[in-house]
Design a protein around this ligand. Structure first.
Ligand SMILES: Cc1cc2nc3c(=O)[nH]c(=O)nc-3n(C[C@H](O)[C@H](O)[C@H](O)COP(=O)(O)OP(=O)(O)OC[C@H]3O[C@@H](n4cnc5c(N)ncnc54)[C@H](O)[C@@H]3O)c2cc1C
Length: 391
């Protein structure tokens, strides 16, 4: 694996750098934690539109679908340069990273034409309706029912922990469409308009104080049969594609966000006598080392996708690494910075408007979202190490 940039990749990076230098809104981060989730989201949508108009959204998506047709490595450079420039993230996280690529892979021409451009521009925001109260790790246990009725399905059931459910225009919904089937058989992956009659969204409050995710209830929701992605009854395979993308892509932005916080911690601590405390030095250096492991593992994962065309079970190694190392780093940052780091946005004494407090609390979800650490270890055990399947 060659870790150096090729001449084309350097040209790509330099052109992006110039664009970011001219376009990243100044001072946006300082206002971030002080504004409401909805205000932030409106701002992120406008930012995504600017990135799209500049021709930088969906860097690795084929040009035929509005992307730039760049390589996956250039996609990685894009993410790295966005972080380096301190640019805001793009609003349509799940659409861009997970659901769009799944539509590219499994969609009909009509579906690609209908959905992909609006994902890139951020005109339509997507959420992912997979988990249910009794189907999280054991996703194949899901019960949300889709009953065929002429050229529609009638959907009834409940989803939970749906990130962006409050903002979404569309939902990638996995349903049980063949009555009497069990587990991964008889599921269908549907593209559901969140404005359909019978869709109810209820916010769920997290310990950060935000309601980033929601419960979704479906009461006799009519979904056109044309909105099934992939073959009806083959939703498990389509969902597996989505999950692999989720594990592969979440890690990139997480690694860079964590690195930025490590740099900020070093900046704060470097100016204090604590910088000479041997325990503090050990913890900061350890956080840096773990973050480098995530970065290099990510490059390895990208190389693998470039060779095979699809993310593989090794993505689980990446997921375990970034989520668990972030929890260790956030705990270390709290110990090093002391009680002021626990103050949240709104307190004049909070460090960086409560950024460390927020990240500490938010990091608890990292080992649960996109599949828990235990499930990732099961995948590594079975698909990487060749151990027998767990029950
Ligand atoms: C921040 C956040 C955002 C999320 N966003 C979304 C979203 O947008 N869309 C969506 O559909 N879902 C979303 N989720 C839900 C997430 O996918 C589930 O929470 C996750 O899959 C775990 O399922 P569960 O909560 O039902 O826990 P359970 O599956 O009930 O697990 C409970 C515990 O048992 C362990 N366990 C379960 N099975 C095994 C096993 N076979 N071997 C060993 N241990 C096991 C688990 O690791 C866990 O510790 C989100 C979750 C979080 C925290």
């Amino acid at each position: 694996m060659d870790l150096h940039l090729s001449p084309d990749e350097r040209t790509f990076r330099d052109s992006l750098r110039s664009w970011l230098a001219a376009n990243v809104p100044a001072g946006w981060e300082a206002q971030r934690l002080e504004s409401t989730m909805e205000e932030r989201f409106t701002f992120l949508r406008q930012w995504q539109k600017r990135v799209f108009d500049g021709g930088w959204a969906g860097v690795a998506w084929p040009q035929a679908f509005g992307g730039r047709g760049a390589t996956l490595m250039e996609q990685v450079i894009f993410t790295q340069e966005m972080a380096r420039a301190g640019a805001p993230p793009l609003a349509n996280v799940l659409g861009l990273a997970i659901i769009g690529p799944t539509i590219i892979h499994f969609g009909t021409d009509a579906q690609k034409k209908r959905y992909l451009a609006n994902i890139l521009s951020g005109d339509e925001i997507w959420c992912q309706g997979f988990s249910e109260p009794n189907a999280g790790s054991d996703l194949a246990n899901l019960r949300t029912e889709a009953r065929r009725d002429g050229d529609h399905y009638i959907v009834n059931g409940q989803k939970v922990w749906t990130s962006y459910g409050w903002a979404a225009d569309w939902c990638a919904l996995v349903t049980r469409s063949e009555p009497g089937t069990q587990k991964h058989k008889g599921l269908s992956y549907m593209l559901v308009d969140m404005k359909s009659k019978g869709v109810e969204v209820r916010p769920l409050r997290q310990m950060t104080g935000e309601s980033e995710f929601t419960e979704l209830f479906f009461h006799d929701v009519r979904v056109p049969a044309d909105n099934v992605l992939g073959k009806p009854g083959d939703g498990w395979n389509v969902a597996l594609g989505t999950l692999a993308h989720e594990r592969a892509t979440l890690g990139v932005s997480a690694q860079i966000a964590i690195r930025r916080q490590i740099d900020r911690l070093i900046e704060i601590v470097g100016a204090q006598p604590q910088a000479k405390d041997p325990i503090v030095r050990q913890k900061v250096a350890q956080a840096y080392v773990e973050n480098e492991v995530v970065r290099l593992n990510h490059i390895r994962a990208v190389s693998k996708i470039m060779q095979t065309g699809a993310p593989g079970p090794e993505q689980s190694i990446l997921k375990i690494n970034w989520s668990e190392s972030n929890q260790r780093f956030q705990a270390a940052a709290q110990e090093i910075l002391g009680p002021y780091a626990q103050l949240t946005a709104g307190s004049s004494l909070a460090i960086d408007a409560g950024a460390f407090s927020y990240s500490y609390l938010r990091s608890r979800g990292n080992t649960i979202e996109a599949g828990t650490s235990e499930i990732q270890r099961n995948i590594v055990g079975q698909h990487v190490l060749g151990l027998p399947k767990s029950y």
